[in-house]
Design a protein around this ligand. Structure first.
Ligand SMILES: [Zn+2]
Ligand SMILES: [Zn+2]
Length: 509
């Protein structure tokens, strides 16, 4: 009988206390170009010159950054698909890839402010959490670190209207380097970082130890979160690790990459997920500890801008936005759905009504929850390049811009090593071959969450059904034997074992 009771208890725990699922949007890399013209020159960022072009497109062009029509259609599509998310994260890069002579700081503030105002207009009642991208300072990539003598962060708050979307204490923190921490609910915190300070194109921060004091602050924040037993999301623009395309270049200066990864590892028990932009491609990263155990997941969301990168071997992408589902109690991401606009079709039709679902991780990747263990399992499957899921991932990587499935050994190994090896030394070892062998080998898939009591152990759901089936079988057997004994008139001979809680009630009646 105890097994039957256990079965119903398990059912109660599963269904009676069903997960409290919330959703949130991520949108990134708008790269708004006010000089985009639908009759402009595609080989000159679609800017209007003496010659008029006919097929440049009203909603954008794969060789150019975003016109306003594309930006507003993306935000409108988000509202149409999910008008009441818990919050929206916006991971930077609003300024276009144009020569410095076309820009100045006032133009930069205005561009960012225009997009801020549009998101607020469409989602007036939704919390918005923005972070800066490497294109958002002026000159681009040069993020101010001497915050006491620079008005940049204050101007982003006051001129680009981020003081409207951030709370007073978050704005106050933001002034000191473009980072902040926000309590979303009693046990859930979001930390917005300025990882552009670590970007290896930033000449201002190359020789520093802790630009804008962000490392020290982040450690304090994570320590505080651990003490308060809060789950944390980190959002930022530039991710650590290496690019999965082209020559596999790393983004951070080596010293900052190592230090950042060490912090992520030290606090992997409180960090439930990280969301980044910058690459414009759709990918993810799994951080492994020294023993090869998966400890952190990093989501890389594709861009709104379709712009074909100037980096060798890197192409364009269709405009895209992402909707995540997460467990409000544990903050563990459950899945995400990628939505996109087929730019060619939108330009032909002359409207952008057809923002559509590209894929859902729970369908194509067949994963229940987006945990480090689950995503590492997925990445290990990528060890075989004929794997159908890997071929799907390849299509998603460019948001269906390139559906050729062409990926030679160099391409394949770059994807695989970038996803699983965030440290530059290990990434290079993986490319050389030996690191790859260690990542493919079976690992203990337990996540380091022992200090976090709200995160349940991950039991595969089918086990509940197996247990339930066995319990029902036992119960039926018990009934059959009981009925047979009763019919033979020797019911009293059917004795419940002494150790049963119900022994005295059954036997002595
Ligand atoms: Zn960027
Ligand atoms: Zn960008």
């Amino acid at each position: 009988m105890n097994s039957v009771l256990l079965f119903f208890l398990v059912l109660l725990l599963q269904d009676g206390f069903a997960k409290d699922i919330g959703v949130f949007w991520q949108v990134t890399d708008f790269h708004y170009d006010v000089n985009y013209s639908s009759t402009g020159d595609p080989n000159n960022m679609c800017h209007q010159d003496d010659v008029t072009f006919n097929a440049t497109g009203s909603y954008g062009n794969y060789l150019c950054d975003s016109p306003w029509q594309l930006i507003s259609s993306a935000i409108e599509a988000m509202y149409k698909i999910k008008p009441d998310p818990d919050f929206i994260i916006w991971t930077g890069d609003s300024v276009p890839h144009v020569p410095e002579s076309d820009l100045d700081l006032d133009k930069v503030y205005t561009l960012i402010g225009n997009i801020t105002d549009e998101i607020i207009r469409v989602f007036p009642n939704t919390s918005l959490f923005p972070v800066l991208g490497n294109h958002d300072p002026f000159p681009s990539n040069q993020m101010p670190y001497d915050v006491e003598n620079n008005r940049y962060y204050k101007d982003i708050l006051n001129v680009s209207n981020w003081n409207i979307v951030l709370r007073a204490n978050e704005s106050k923190q933001f002034q000191h380097g473009g980072y902040y921490s926000s309590q979303i609910s009693k046990k859930f915190r979001l930390i917005g970082l300025n990882t552009n300070l670590y970007y290896d194109q930033d000449k201002l921060t190359r020789d520093l130890d802790d630009p804008a004091n962000q490392f020290a602050w982040l450690k304090d924040e994570l320590e505080g979160a651990r003490k308060r037993q809060e789950a944390v999301y980190i959002i930022a623009h530039v991710p650590p690790g290496s690019f999965e395309l082209g020559t596999g270049l790393g983004w951070f200066y080596d010293k900052y990459n190592r230090r950042y990864l060490d912090l992520l590892e030290e606090y992997s028990d409180v960090i439930m997920a990280q969301m980044y932009g910058h690459e414009h491609t759709d990918s993810f990263r799994v951080q492994l500890d020294a023993e090869g155990k998966p400890i952190n997941t990093l989501f890389l969301c594709p861009a709104v801008t379709p712009w074909k990168s100037s980096l060798p071997g890197v192409g364009a992408n269709n405009p895209s936005v992402r909707l995540y589902k997460y467990d409000r109690d544990t903050a563990i991401p459950q899945s995400y759905t990628q939505y996109y606009l087929n730019l060619t079709r939108a330009n032909l039709k002359g409207n952008a009504d057809n923002w559509e679902k590209e894929y859902d991780t729970s369908d194509v990747y067949a994963i229940d929850q987006l945990t480090p263990t689950a995503l590492h399992g997925l990445a290990r499957g990528f060890g075989d390049k004929s794997n159908k899921v890997f071929l799907s991932y390849l299509e998603f990587n460019s948001v269906m811009w390139d559906t050729s499935h062409e990926c030679n050994d160099t391409c394949f190994i770059h994807h695989y090593c970038a996803i699983t090896q965030l440290d530059y030394g290990q990434f290079n070892a993986c490319l050389a071959g030996d690191g790859r062998l260690t990542t493919i080998s079976p690992t203990d898939t337990t996540r380091h969450h022992s200090r976090r009591p709200t995160v349940p152990a991950q039991v595969p759901s089918y086990l509940y059904y197996v247990m339930g089936g066995l319990a029902v079988l036992l119960f039926v057997l018990f009934l059959v034997v009981a009925v047979m004994c009763f019919r033979r008139g020797n019911f009293r001979s059917f004795r419940v074992p002494k150790y049963s809680k119900f022994g005295s009630l059954s036997v002595n009646s």
